[in-house]
Design a protein around this ligand. Structure first.
Ligand SMILES: Nc1ncnc2c1ncn2[C@@H]1O[C@H](COP(=O)(O)OP(=O)(O)OP(=O)(O)O)[C@@H](O)[C@H]1O
Length: 225
């Protein structure tokens, strides 16, 4: 892997308040590839994704050579309120606000991007349904469509397959592969071995440090045994 083809995280320390969660972490993510971040509960996966998405600010070091533009970020599904009175189409349209601004009307091009993203995730038939009335798997696809509507160069997903049945997991994995084919750099945290094995690159975190990095079969083989 040569330097021009990677996103570089260099000697990065980050956490919450005075508590450092990630300490001196250096890693590389293949550009236009899928990276899986694995590790036990509390090892710092979500914190790393937060840094990549720009919601957690490192106290030292940081990301070099991130893809241009605002990252698309899909948080863990249980972090999204069930009570939001909003339709599926309007949820996906929120992805356009980042580039359009809150107070400007969305253009015909914006709405066609929204409709295209819903189609890519197979949720077009749900467009007028309330987000709160969807199953967990449907909601996850809608949130992914919202992130794609931002047309990001970097797509960051926190456990996109958790709680989904095997078909839904395969669908999400196929969508991530398709985005990679469109040149998007994809990073996701997962506890799902098949999802991690399907990635191009794998980062294993342990207690806020990088315990291993490389092809998933090399990183995960000792874990699986
Ligand atoms: N908003 C926050 N404020 C304070 N501490 C936090 C916050 N979010 C996470 N932490 C702490 O940071 C540490 C790492 O949490 P993080 O969510 O990054 O781990 P994780 O590997 O994603 O875990 P999981 O697999 O359970 O999702 C934990 O000790 C957690 O309690």
């Amino acid at each position: 892997m040569v330097d021009g083809e990677v996103v570089v995280i260099r000697d990065m320390t980050a956490g919450y308040g005075r508590k450092a969660v990630l300490r001196g972490l250096s890693a590389r993510l293949p550009r236009s590839g899928v990276t899986a971040v694995v590790g036990p509960n509390g090892s710092g996966k979500s914190t790393l994704l937060g840094v990549l998405a720009g919601t957690v600010r490192p106290s030292r070091g940081g990301i070099e050579r991130a893809p241009a533009g605002r990252p698309g970020y899909v948080v863990q599904r249980d972090a999204v309120s069930d009570a939001l009175p909003i339709t599926v189409r309007d949820t996906v349209a929120m992805g356009r606000w980042a580039s359009r601004g809150l107070w400007r009307r969305l253009s015909a091009h914006d709405w066609s991007t929204v409709d295209d993203c819903m189609a890519r995730l197979g949720v077009s038939e749900l467009a007028e349904r309330q987000l709160s009335a969807l199953s967990g798997g449907q909601r996850q696809r809608v949130l992914l469509a919202q992130a794609l509507a931002q047309e990001p160069g970097l797509l960051v997903l926190d456990e996109p397959a958790t709680g989904l049945d095997p078909d839904a997991r395969r669908h999400i994995a196929a969508v991530l592969d398709r985005e990679k084919g469109r040149g998007v750099t994809v990073v996701h945290a997962t506890h799902d071995l098949a999802m991690a094995m399907g990635a191009d690159h794998c980062l294993l975190l342990r207690a806020g440090r990088l315990a291993a990095e490389g092809p998933p079969r090399d990183v995960l083989a000792p874990q699986a045994s």
